[in-house]
Write a protein that binds this ligand. Structure first.
Ligand SMILES: NC(=[NH2+])NCCC[C@H](N)C(=O)O
Length: 327
């Protein structure tokens, strides 16, 4: 039966070995650590590595900008090619500046079909421009650049248009930001689910609303998951930890309640392997996220195809046959 083969798509992983845009170096090691990870090898979701994009360091803080531009363009070309080839795409960072490349590529490849929605799970807003940032660290700036703000080298990758429209973006888990970031997002009308709202409503309810919002007028949605969005004890291996995060177990339980059938790509970032504990808690979380997201998606696709197949009438088969014959 065709539904069995179709739902067994192999996950195509693009690594981004970037770290100079972070506060601490080390995220550039994550892609290689994950490629060698026994836990990932044993993961139930069939996967292959498409490529690992290498860093081009040009300096630290804002000095990293020329290098980040080169690396993010290379990453965007990879993600655009994967989307055009209809691959099931997962990007493993890297510091969060890789979101600029990931979603520029996805958005440009999707232009003929429609806009892309994005759920941004994070402790931080990452909505600085080079002018507003105190640290100059570009991992604190991807949201602003995807919205078309900030430096032209970073917001005109592959084309000159903004990559994500404000109405198609939701931030979840936020608890650390500077005033200019909040002002920018408010001015542009981006929906932010702060951590206190997550605590009040529960992550399942919030993710459900976020999923609904980013799919209202888009051709599909993506998720950019910064593991510092989670409780520090669930993801200790990060460079900018913030207390009071999302309970990772509750998040993993919420995922299967979301309609994932139009998930276009996922990105998991800011894993800094040298800070992981002896149990490899953070590495385990990354693998659990991958497994849960893609097992959910393929299950949902298989069951809805099954239902559609059962609804099909003999007349539909006839129409299909005629169409094939006339081509
Ligand atoms: N992707 C991250 N971990 N971002 C943290 C950003 C922290 C701070 N707001 C800054 O701009 O420097």
């Amino acid at each position: 039966m065709k539904l069995a083969t179709k739902s067994k798509q192999v996950l195509s992983i693009v690594g981004c070995a970037n770290g100079v845009a972070g506060r601490q170096l080390g995220c550039e090691k994550a892609a290689n650590v994950l490629q060698e990870s026994e836990m990932l090898h044993r993961c139930r979701v069939p996967h292959k590595w498409r490529s690992i994009v290498q860093e081009a360091p040009s300096g630290r803080s804002l000095g990293a900008l020329p290098g980040v531009t080169i690396v993010q363009k290379a990453l965007a070309e990879q993600t655009a090619a994967a989307v055009r080839a209809n691959e099931e795409l997962l990007v493993l960072g890297g510091d969060h500046s890789c979101a600029i490349g990931t979603w520029s590529g996805v958005a440009v490849a999707m232009r003929p079909v429609g806009d892309v929605g994005l759920i941004w799970v994070d402790a931080h807003m990452d909505a600085h421009t080079p002018e507003s940032s105190d640290t100059g660290n570009i991992h604190g700036m991807p949201v602003a650049h995807l919205l078309g703000q900030g430096d032209k080298r970073l917001n005109r990758i592959l084309d000159r248009l903004p990559k994500i429209l404000p109405a198609n973006l939701c931030l979840v888990g936020i608890r650390s930001y500077e005033p200019p970031e909040k002002e920018l997002l408010q001015r542009m009308g981006v929906k932010v689910f702060y951590m206190d709202e997550v605590n009040k409503r529960g992550i399942e309810d919030v993710m459900g609303e976020a999923r609904e919002r980013v799919c209202r007028s888009t051709a599909g949605f993506g998720m950019s998951i910064d593991i510092d969005g989670f409780e520090v004890s669930d993801a200790p291996a990060v460079g900018t930890p913030e207390d009071g995060g999302i309970d990772a177990t509750a998040f993993l339980h919420a995922l299967p309640t979301l309609d994932m059938r139009n998930l276009l790509a996922t990105e998991i970032v800011e894993f800094l392997p040298r800070f992981d504990d002896d149990n490899r808690t953070s590495e385990r979380l990354v693998v659990n996220l991958i497994e849960t997201i893609y097992a959910t998606k393929s299950f949902q696709l298989a069951t809805s195809r099954n239902i559609e197949d059962r609804r099909r009438l003999p007349i539909d088969e006839l129409v299909d046959e005629r169409r094939r014959a006339s081509n």
